[in-house]
Design a protein around this ligand. Structure first.
Ligand code: GDP
Length: 314
């Protein structure tokens, strides 16, 4: 069953609208001519605060909620702060969904991440491999919260007939990413490390792990378009993967980023740092069957993200 959304008549609340994902969704909603787009910064509204979250959503009464609010981080942040990653994410998603239900908001999209799948899932990873094996320890806390969010979506569909859905994007990148070296993901970390080495004339850059793990990277604007498409064309309790269908070794990503940035020195690998999951490539047949595919190549995405970094961060 599909529910074609008439965006022009729709008031959408984007939770996490200042983040990497939320800001891309706002751009896509603006391009689609959404009637009204609302969002609160974390300073205006702390989504861990249940009564404040209820008050805000009750007053705003959106037609659709897109939940892109989460505490996110790369391999180091995730494995160093499991308490915050599990607690904050559980609180945020439960408060948003409970407030949505209590206001009878029938359309909600919850976003997770490909780290919900078992460490040794068959690659490319199908949606059906959820809960079939142990998780990757370096991001287990975040994954546990997201898995319970997916189940909470399903539970509301079953128990209350809500038309809520969830989608699981692969590793994302783009403008407004986090470029902090301790807490970022690999792609923005590479942009920053290589840029700073180029500027300072450093001959070598040291990065983490062995470079052997394989990852898939999707530009966040492609994800945002997928989210709008899913709200019109997907209505199932089973989560749906959003990826580009291709992965590459971290070593090759390092070479591509160095090339885009113009760093010509040596890249050294610190194998005392964790590699994380050996491979994380999503099977995207389900979303491809709905007619969606990504438009932005990794090379173009890297070039535009580096330009954004130069203008806004460097
Ligand atoms: P993951 O996909 O959850 O493992 O998250 P990340 O994006 O943080 O890491 C992906 C891979 O990149 C891991 O194998 C890391 O060890 C590797 N990596 C290499 N250098 C860096 C770095 O400077 N920062 C981060 N976050 N990861 C790095």
């Amino acid at each position: 069953m599909s529910h074609e959304v008439a965006w022009g008549d729709t008031k959408v609340y984007v939770a996490g609208h200042n983040g990497l994902v939320g800001s891309a969704i706002v751009r896509a909603l603006e391009a689609a001519g959404a009637g009204e787009i609302i969002g609160w910064s974390s300073r205006e509204l702390d989504l861990r605060d249940r009564s404040a979250t209820f008050d805000a959503i009750t007053e705003a009464k959106p037609d659709i909620i897109i939940d892109a609010a989460a505490k996110v981080g790369g391999i180091m942040a995730n494995s160093t702060f499991p308490v915050e990653f599990l607690r904050d994410n559980s609180m945020i998603q439960t408060n948003v969904m409970d407030a949505a239900h209590s206001n009878d908001i029938d359309r909600l999209l919850f976003l997770g991440s490909s780290c919900i799948y078992p460490r040794h899932a068959t690659q490319p990873i199908r949606e059906s491999s959820l809960m079939t094996g142990p998780l990757e320890p370096t991001n287990q806390a975040y994954a546990m919260a997201k898995i319970s969010g997916i189940y909470y979506i399903e539970a509301h569909r079953e128990q209350y007939g809500r038309h809520w859905i969830s989608a699981m994007p692969t590793n994302l990148y783009g403008p407004r990413d986090n470029f902090d070296l301790q807490s970022s993901h690999v792609l923005p970390a590479f942009i920053r490390r290589f840029h700073e080495a180029k500027v300072s004339g450093a001959p070598t850059v040291t990065v983490w792990g062995t470079g052997a793990p394989r990852r898939e990277f999707l530009h966040v604007d492609d994800l945002a378009n997928a989210c709008l498409m899913l709200l019109s064309n997907y209505d199932s309790g089973q989560t749906i993967n959003v990826g580009c269908g291709e992965d590459l070794p971290i070593k090759e990503l390092a070479e591509s980023v160095a090339d885009v940035v113009g760093f010509t020195g040596t890249i050294e690998w610190d194998s005392s740092k964790p590699d994380g999951m050996p491979r994380k490539l999503l099977d995207t047949s389900r979303i491809n069957a709905l007619g969606w595919k990504p438009q932005i190549s990794l090379r173009d995405g890297l070039t535009s993200t580096y330009a954004w970094y130069l203008e806004n961060v460097a």
